[in-house]
Design a protein around this ligand. Structure first.
Ligand SMILES: [Ca+2]
Length: 261
C-alpha cells in the first residue's frame, strides 16, 4: 500500500469518474522469506506492445508479454485464445478483452495464462495478484472480470493439474465510469498456492484463467518463494489502509485549519 495510491483514491473521490492510471495500482509486497522471485506487469499499452493485427482489441492473434517492472524475472503473460489486446494509450494502459455486444459475465471471450519456466529452486509458495476491470455482469448483476466468477488455477511441470488456489484474497475495488467501453469495476484480488506438499521438484508453473466480455487487464503481479507462509489477511491491510487514510485526512485538516488562522 503506497501513499501514491491513497492520493489516487482521494483524487478519485474528488473527480468522481477519473480513470485510475495503471501506474498507481496498489500491488502488495508479500515480503516472503527464503529465496524469492518477483514478476510485475503494468502499462500494457499498444505502443509498448504493438499487436500483429489491427484493431488491437478485436485481434484473435495470441501474444506474450514478458514481465516489465523493475526486478522482474522473465515470466510471461500470454493471451492463449480469444479476442483482445493492448489498448491505445489515449484510452488507457491496459489490455482490453473484446466482447462484441455481450455483457454476460458467464461468457468467455479470451483465455490468458502466466508461465514461468525458471521458478525458484524448491518452489513452495506462489502468489498471484490481478488488477482487472469487470465490465460484464453475472446473473445477480455483479460485475465480474473472470468468466463465470471462476478464479485462476495452477499447473506445474507441464502437466494439467488445475490446482485451485489455497487462499483467495479480495483486496478492494474501485468503480469506474466511461472507461472507453462503458462502466465497470476495478478489482484487486490475490490467489496463493501452497505447493509444499508436492513431492516432485516443481521446475515450471502455468497459471490460467478466462476473461469475461469487455474485461480489462490493468496489471498482474507474481511472487514466489521456496518457503510457504500465509500472507497477512486483507483485514490487516485494511486496518493499515485506514490508519494511513486517517493520517492523511488529519494532516489535511490540520493544514486547512492552520491556513484559516
Ligand atoms: Ca522466473
Amino acid at each position: 500500500m503506497t501513499l501514491r495510491y491513497l492520493f489516487a483514491i482521494l483524487a478519485l473521490g474528488v473527480a468522481g469518474t477519473t480513470l485510475l492510471p495503471a501506474q498507481t495500482l496498489p500491488f502488495i509486497d508479500p515480503n516472503f522469506s527464503g529465496i524469492t522471485q518477483y514478476d510485475g506487469w503494468e502499462n500494457l499499452n499498444a505502443v509498448a506492445y504493438p499487436p500483429p493485427t489491427y484493431p488491437h482489441y478485436t485481434s484473435t492473434d495470441p501474444f506474450s508479454i514478458a514481465s516489465n517492472q523493475p526486478g522482474s524475472n522473465g515470466a510471461m503473460l500470454n493471451k492463449v485464445s480469444g479476442a483482445g489486446g493492448p489498448m491505445d494509450p489515449d484510452l488507457g494502459n491496459y489490455i482490453y478483452v473484446f466482447g462484441g455486444m455481450s455483457s454476460d459475465a458467464t461468457v468467455t471471450t479470451a483465455s490468458f495464462s502466466i508461465t514461468d519456466s525458471a521458478v525458484v529452486s524448491g518452489l513452495q509458495n506462489v502468489f498471484l495478484q490481478t488488477m482487472m476491470v469487470g465490465a460484464s455482469t453475472l446473473p445477480g448483476g455483479e460485475y465480474m472480470e473472470f468468466s463465470n466468477g471462476i478464479f485462476p488455477v495452477l499447473n506445474y511441470n507441464g502437466g494439467i493439474q488445475n490446482l485451485v488456489a489455497t487462499n483467495t484474497f479480495y483486496f478492494g475495488e474501485i468503480d469506474v465510469e466511461g472507461i472507453g467501453f462503458g462502466d465497470g469495476t476495478i478489482f484487486h484480488r490475490g490467489f496463493q498456492w501452497d505447493l509444499s506438499g508436492i513431492l516432485d521438484p516443481v521446475t515450471s508453473i502455468e497459471i490460467t484463467w478466462n476473461n469475461s466480455p469487455h474485461s480489462q487487464i490493468y496489471g498482474v503481479q507474481l511472487d514466489q518463494s521456496d518457503t510457504y507462509s500465509v500472507i497477512p489477511e486483507p483485514s490487516v491491510f485494511a486496518l493499515v489502509f485506514l490508519a494511513l487514510l486517517c493520517g492523511v485526512i488529519c494532516y489535511r485538516n490540520r493544514v486547512l485549519f492552520s491556513e484559516k488562522l
